[in-house]
Design a protein around this ligand. Structure first.
Ligand code: ZN
Length: 80
C-alpha cells in the first residue's frame, strides 16, 4: 500500500484522505452494512458522500457487496 498523501476529488474539491483507509462503495440497500463493516475493520466511522460526487474514473463505483451501481461512497477524510 502506498503510504503517501492521498487525495480524491469530490465535487471539484481536493479532499485529503487517511491513506490507510480505503474508498469503498455501496448501493442504498447495503449502505448500512458497509458502514458497519468499515467501522469494524478500521475502527473509524467513514464519511459518506454520494457516489456520483466522487470524481475519479479509476475507481470502480460498484457496491462492494452485490456489485450493483453504487449510490454511496465511504471514505475517511483527514482532519475530520
Ligand atoms: Zn449492494
Amino acid at each position: 500500500m502506498d503510504k503517501k498523501e492521498k487525495t480524491i476529488r469530490i465535487e471539484g474539491k481536493d479532499v485529503a484522505l487517511h491513506p490507510e483507509h480505503p474508498v469503498r462503495f455501496a448501493c442504498m440497500e447495503h449502505a448500512d452494512t458497509q458502514i458497519d463493516e468499515y467501522v469494524d475493520e478500521f475502527e473509524a466511522a467513514p464519511d459518506t458522500y454520494r457516489a456520483a460526487s466522487i470524481e475519479d474514473d479509476k475507481l470502480d463505483k460498484r457496491c462492494r457487496e452485490c456489485g450493483a451501481p453504487a449510490e454511496i461512497a465511504l471514505l475517511r477524510e483527514k482532519g475530520m
